[in-house]
Write a protein that binds this ligand. Sequence first.
Ligand SMILES: Nc1ncnc2c1ncn2[C@@H]1O[C@H](COP(=O)(O)OP(=O)(O)OP(=O)(O)O)[C@@H](O)[C@H]1O
Ligand SMILES: [Mg+2]
Length: 339
Amino acid sequence: MTLAQFFLRFGIVAVLLAGGLMVADGSLSVTMFILYLVMAGRVYEPFGSSFMLMAEMISSLVSIKRTKQMEAIKEQGGQPVCNNQGYDIEFQDVVFTYHADLEDTAVSGRHGERVLNGVSFVAKQGEITALIGPSGGGKSTVSRLAARFWDADSGRVLLGGVDVTTVEPETLFKNYSIVFQEVTLFDQSVMENIRLGRQNATDEEVLAAARAAQCEEFVSRLPEGYQSNIGENGCILSGGERQRISIARAILKDAPVVILDEATASMDAENETLVQQALSELLQGKTVLVIAHRMRTIANADKVVVLDHGQVVEMGTPTELLEENGLFQRLVAAQGGHL
Ligand SMILES: Nc1ncnc2c1ncn2[C@@H]1O[C@H](COP(=O)(O)OP(=O)(O)OP(=O)(O)O)[C@@H](O)[C@H]1O
Ligand SMILES: [Mg+2]
């Protein structure tokens, strides 16, 4: 009950009480008392409905504000073709700030504060580039900008020499297979969830991707195997199992640029090794961007880019960086001292 409704009810009760007392001491006749009660009801009725209307108005105002915010977001335009030469990804002095109108206003991120501050690096085709660094350093933000989820405030992101902001997002996205840090699954079967990677894939292709991502073992335990429904966002599965479905989806898409954001973080060491073995074959010749906290995940990277507070603080091969007395060396030391 709202406060307004409480006062309205309280008003009727007050009329009842006062009238009852007056009837008791004889200063009011029963007929008049009933008349008053009827009148009080009539007086309060419109108030009641106006309060209801006011509540509806307030909730509409919130929706109007949200709609206006969405209208204010600049639509990402671009050409329906991407004339890239190869698939190197290059960041050139990229500066990025999350604005309150971007994505989820419910997230309590650093809106208005610079999250990337002049980031430059190249992730070469045919190589594995690892992004590492402390939590909040900007790794996931870099991975999303690489696929043009948002546009940089300044600087450029290039795919095969083409500025991603010149290409229509849908056309551009065909080039990317991404396993996000927060896996998104749907309230459908395992089969349908994997097939989202490539809608026209045959059942055999979906099953091959699932096997490569080590899904077979847990799917065989589900009551209806690949046809089992996995619930809202895969709620009947463990974190590692959800990640494996997401990896199978990316394998099925088989795009030339692969981004793995903490893709194996929730898996046990055995499964991680098996998934990595399967991935290493599939990643041949592709541009691979791997984000990981676990050093063993990035041991075979060709290049490591260390991001801290939105800036590249170190860059090189894992062995080169191990010799530098820097953040990479400290991060490795904190995890036992070897890759
Ligand atoms: N959608 C968002 N809206 C506002 N701020 C955000 C949003 N996403 C991330 N941020 C902020 O940007 C900064 C960088 O976040 P990012 O997710 O890129 O870090 P990260 O290096 O991937 O961290 P982690 O290792 O914990 O995954 C953080 O301070 C975070 O609060
Ligand atoms: Mg992240």
